[in-house]
Every structure is written in C-alpha cells, then in structure tokens.
Design a protein around this ligand. Structure first.
Ligand SMILES: Cc1cc2nc3c(=O)[nH]c(=O)nc-3n(C[C@H](O)[C@H](O)[C@H](O)COP(=O)(O)OP(=O)(O)OC[C@H]3O[C@@H](n4cnc5c(N)ncnc54)[C@H](O)[C@@H]3O)c2cc1C
Length: 585
C-alpha cells in the first residue's frame, strides 16, 4: 500500500477493505457535465443516427465542432493550454454518455483520446503550441496510426520506416497503416515508424504533408458511420521538430496511451450496454404475445435481470478503475517538466486493472446486446431497431485497443513480473495458500447483508493463489494464462460490485437496498460458477493428474454459493427494470 492508496494488482493479495470510487459518489458538477453531454446526444446525435451511419462526415465534423464549443474536448487538455484537466471519473462519465451512438463515440474518442493524448503526454512546448489549440478547439481533428497491414497485435514489428534527410531537417517516412479511425477528416496523425528500420518512434504528421494519402473507407460489420481507412506514406517529409518523444521510445507512447484507452473502451461498452438495455426493457413492456407483455414471461425476466447485473458489474469496474487512476494522479506534484512522465507511471501502476476493465466490460456488452436482440425477436434483426446497430457495434470492442487475448495475456504476466521483482508479495502467499484455504474469511463488510458474498470473495482470492501454486510450472502455455486471467478478472469484478454495494447501502432508500441485495445475489452466484469453470480449466491444463481430484474438490467446496433467494432476486430486478424502462442503478 502507498499510504491509503492501493497499488496495482494488490486487490488480489489483500482483503477487500478500501472503499473505491463508486458512481453514487458523483458530485453535482460531475452530474452537470454528464447532463450537458446527454442533452447534446439527445438533441443533436440520436435524431440523426441515420445520417451518421451513412458516413455523412461533413455532418459528423459539424457535430464534433459543437462538442468543442461545449468544452467536451477539453477534459484531458492541460490547463495552461486552456484545458480542464478533469478527473478520469468525469472523463469516463462523459464518454459513457456519448457511447450510445457507437459511430459517433469513435469519432469523439478517436479525437479526444488516442488523437490528442500522445501530444499532451509527450509533446514539446513548441509542438503543443502549434497543435493543441487547434485540436482542442475542433479546428483540427486527430488520429492515431499504429496498426499496419502486417502488424496489429505486434506493433513493434512495424515496417514503416523513417530516415533522416541528408541535411538533417526532415525524416522521410515510408510505409502503410491500416484501420485508422477518423482518417477521413483528421488533420494530424500520430504515426509510428522505425528510424532506420530499427528504432520505433512516433511522429506528428499533418494530412497536408506531400506523399501522405488516405485510402478508401473500409466496409465494416458495425460502427458504419465511423471513418476507418488505410494510410499510405510515400517519401513523406516530416520536419525533425515533429518527432514526438525521444527517438526509439515510440513503444512508451504507443503502450501508455493504450492503458487509458482500454479504460475508455470499457466505458464506451458500458454506455452502449445501458442504451441496448433501455431499448430492451421498454420493448419487453410493450410487445405482447399470448395476450400479455413478453416482459411478463420468466424467460424474458431472467434476461432483464442478468443484463442489469452485467451492467452493474461493468459500471462498478469502470468507475473503480477510473477512481484508482485519479487517486494516484492526485498524489503527483503538478509542476516540473517531467510531470507527464510521472503521470504515465501513475497510470501504468494500474495497467492490469485497465486491461481487466477492457476485457470484462467488452464481454459484458456482447452478452447484453445478444440478449437485447433476442428480446426483440425478429425485429431485433431489422435495422429499424437500435439493438441491431448495438449488436454490430459491439463486436469490435473485443478486438481493438489490444485484443482480449492480448489483454488476457497481459494480466497474469504483469502479476508475475511484479511478484518476481519484489513489488508484490505473491510467492510467499502462494506457499501458504493450501493452509489459508481452510481458514474462515476474516473480512467484515459494513453491512451483514453482504457477508456471505464477501466470504465467497475471500475464498476466490485464496483459490487463485492455490491454483497458481499448483499450475505455475505450466504458465508458458497461453491456455493456462487465459484461465488465470479469467480468475483474476472474476475476483476484481466481484470485489468491485461488493465494495460498491457495501459502500452505498446505508444511504440507499429501502427500495434501492432491495435492488442492491438482489444484484449482489445474482452476481455472486454467477461469478462463483464462472470462477469455478476457469479454476477447473487451469487445473486441468496445469496440475498433475494425481493433484487434480483434490484440487477440484477444494475448488468445488469453496466456490459453492447458496442459490436460495436467487429467483426472487432476479424477478425483483426484472420487474423494476420493466417499470422504469431503463437501467436501474
Ligand atoms: C474499426 C476499427 C478501428 C480501428 N482503429 C484503429 C486506430 O485508430 N489506430 C490503430 O492504430 N489501429 C486501429 N485499429 C486496429 C486494431 O487495433 C487492430 O485490428 C487490433 O490491434 C488487432 O490487430 P489485427 O487486426 O492485425 O489482428 P492480429 O494481431 O492479426 O490478431 C488476430 C488474432 O490473433 C490473436 N493473436 C495475435 N497475436 C497473439 C499472441 N501473441 N498470442 C495470442 N493470440 C494472438 C489476436 O488476439 C486475434 O484473435 C482499428 C481496427 C478496427 C477494426
């Protein structure tokens, strides 16, 4: 622990005590920003989805400029350049509100996130002076060009080259980029290339530089209104002043920007899931079959309850991670030319948590949109209904900003790396795991209502250590790493919902208390069974044949979670959702 602040991945090794940031903590000012964003979406974007989906980029640019006028581009711009430097929690809330139109959030996020942030974090004062004002005012738009036709998950294998001109004034860039968001209307691209084919670096490339060209729009499965094109760089002369960061240190820029980028993807999936849920809750109340609303049928109610629980879990995870980043950033002394270097380190502390959020939330969205289409029956397959778009827009979220496989690999890899370097007390706890598994939970939640779920959480944490201890020799197998990632993600998600419910229970209305108890019941039951599957898998892949039966027995015992009350809990959540016609919490 760093004072009262937790360190990255520490949640796995210590009892759940620290109260995280939860959505119920939002201040009036944060809620006002959310309302402004929501109003903008309601009045300007939602009525024009068709224009956006038809790639009316002039219209998208006009609406993006309106966002700029509302100050929505200033969230992460430094104050000295006229920005607001809002907390990550506020920033995420804003993104969540833009997310219901996937194509528009791509333009918005592609610009305010990966478009602007490399310059904010790594730009020299001169570069910021030249470009940041234009980007934050909406005069220009930004894009981020890392992926290439032959290198996606492995960006360091880039084939784009940069060679210093004989007079030392320019780098000459040659190569191709693939799938670049916002290319149709972006003016400034952060382009990654290897100096002399060796030193991976980043460059600020203006659209107007001769030799730079934007290819044709891809025909995509979803996000049809977002611009996604290849780029061609043919002897593009980039002034040496436009090298971003240090030569050969492009990997820092690429990866650090992606940490927060992953949390942003998690957040946009949360906003999309809430939108798809709202459509489904109201549809289930209106659509009648066999003489009654389909929302009266248990099969549909169960979907509404499970979707509510999935969204509650995503929301708890997103804002917990955002709060962790804010906590760490708040400890930094703002002065000094190395501020953004320290800022990056602060964020990097929670790189695993950002990856967890990205994987968990994008997969919850896939579940939610799938059920949303199902609730709509045949109409869910027809493009007049918003859920058809949400379904298509969801699928890519598991692929970009690091595929979920790459992110899953990162999670246990970072855990082991920190443990090996002495940053986390993993290995001694692994040694004691068998004995500790037999001990009762010592965690005492503030509210007795959640005692059994906290006790389950305690067991899951101990089981991670036990399973790792018995299987770690097989960790070179990616299949084992995937299972570890699922265990770790399961623990983080369950802990996030429990800490949230425990924190806000006392102040909740009686009705809300009932809903909180219900959602925890549903999630604890669900997470226990998912965890059990992942633990069995890890053991099957990595433990010896003789150990497997004993381990399976312990896992089965310690993941058993009483299902009494599960059915009424689901019915309560479903009825409340139908009544309100939107996400409950
Ligand atoms: C709509 C859209 C917008 C995008 N926007 C941008 C953008 O603005 N800027 C940008 O730079 N890029 C962008 N991308 C690119 C995106 O980030 C890449 O598609 C993504 O990183 C995956 O790379 P790839 O498509 O080459 O897949 P690959 O890397 O070829 O992966 C294919 C499969 O193999 C798996 N795989 C790969 N390596 C490993 C490994 N080591 N271990 C296990 N499994 C592995 C992957 O998980 C995946 O399942 C965008 C893509 C799309 C579709």
């Amino acid at each position: 622990m760093n004072g009262t602040l937790p360190n990255g991945l520490e949640f796995l090794l210590s009892p759940a005590v620290a109260a995280p940031f939860v959505p119920e903590d939002f201040t009036t000012e944060q809620k006002q920003i959310a309302e402004t964003t929501e109003e903008f979406m309601k009045n300007e974007i939602l009525p024009n989805v068709e224009r956006i989906e038809n790639k009316d980029f002039d219209f998208i640019v006009e609406k993006m400029r309106q966002c700029a006028e509302l100050g929505l581009f200033l969230a992460e711009v430094p104050e000295e350049y006229g920005g607001l430097e809002l907390e990550k929690t506020t920033n995420m809330l804003m993104i969540e509100k833009v997310a219901p139109v996937g194509s528009f959030v791509m333009a918005f996020g592609g610009h305010t996130g990966i478009g602007i942030l490399p310059l904010v974090y790594y730009g020299t004062p001169d570069q910021k002076e030249r470009y940041l004002g234009k980007l934050s005012s909406g005069e220009w738009f930004g894009a981020y060009a890392l992926t290439e036709p032959d290198c996606g998950s492995d960006p360091l294998s880039s084939r784009t080259t940069a060679v210093l001109s004989a007079d030392g004034t320019h780098y000459i860039l040659n190569g191709a980029k693939q799938f670049i968001t916002n290319s149709a209307f972006a003016d400034l691209f952060t382009v990654f290339a290897k100096i002399d084919g060796k030193h991976f670096s980043a460059f600020l490339v203006e659209k107007s530089f001769p030799g730079f060209s934007v290819g044709a729009e891809e025909k995509k499965m979803g996000l049809k209104g977002s611009s996604t094109t290849p780029l061609v760089l043919q002897d593009v002369k980039v002034p040496v002043e436009n090298l971003l960061g240090e030569p050969g240190k492009g990997h820092k820029i690429a990866f650090n920007v992606l940490n927060v980028g992953r949390l942003k993807v998690a957040t946009q999936t949360l906003g999309m899931a809430k939108a798809a849920f709202g459509e489904s809750a109201s549809y289930s109340a209106e659509r009648k079959q066999f003489g009654k609303a389909i929302g009266e049928f248990g099969a549909i109610k169960e979907k509404l309850a499970d979707m509510t629980a999935a969204i509650f879990a995503s929301e708890s995870v997103v804002y917990r991670v955002a709060g962790l980043l804010d906590g760490q950033i708040a400890t930094l002394d703002h002065g000094g030319s190395d501020y953004y270097e320290r800022y990056q380190k602060a964020i990097e502390e929670f790189a695993a948590e950002c990856a967890i959020a990205k994987v968990f939330c994008s997969e919850q969205l896939d579940f939610v949109v799938d059920e949303a289409v199902q609730i709509h029956g045949g109409y869910g397959y027809i493009s007049d209904y918003a859920v058809e778009r949400h379904y298509r827009d969801s699928r890519i979220q598991r692929i970009f900003e690091g595929t979920n496989e790459i992110n899953r690999i990162l999670i246990p890899t970072m855990l082991f790396r920190r443990a090996d370097s002495g940053g986390l007390d993993l290995w001694s706890q692994v040694k004691e795991a068998a004995a500790r598994c037999a001990e009762a939970s010592s965690t005492k939640p503030a509210n007795d209502e959640f005692a059994s779920a906290f006790s389950l959480l305690d067991s899951l944490k101990k089981l991670v250590l036990l399973v790792v201890g018995d299987t770690v020799a097989a960790k070179e197998s990616q299949e084992v790493l995937m299972a570890y990632a699922d265990l770790i993600i399961g623990v983080f998600a369950l802990e996030s919902v429990l800490l949230r419910a425990d924190k806000c229970f006392a102040k909740a209305s009686e009705r809300k208390k009932g809903q909180l108890q219900a959602v925890i019941k549903v999630l604890a039951f669900e997470q226990a069974s998912r965890f059990q599957q992942a633990a069995f898998r890890a053991v099957a892949y990595g433990a010896s044949g003789e150990r497997e039966p004993a381990l399976q027995k312990i896992i089965a015992e310690r993941t058993a979670f009483a299902g009494t009350g599960l059915l009424p809990a689901k019915q309560l959540l479903a009825d409340a959702a139908k009544e309100s016609g939107k996400y409950l919490f």
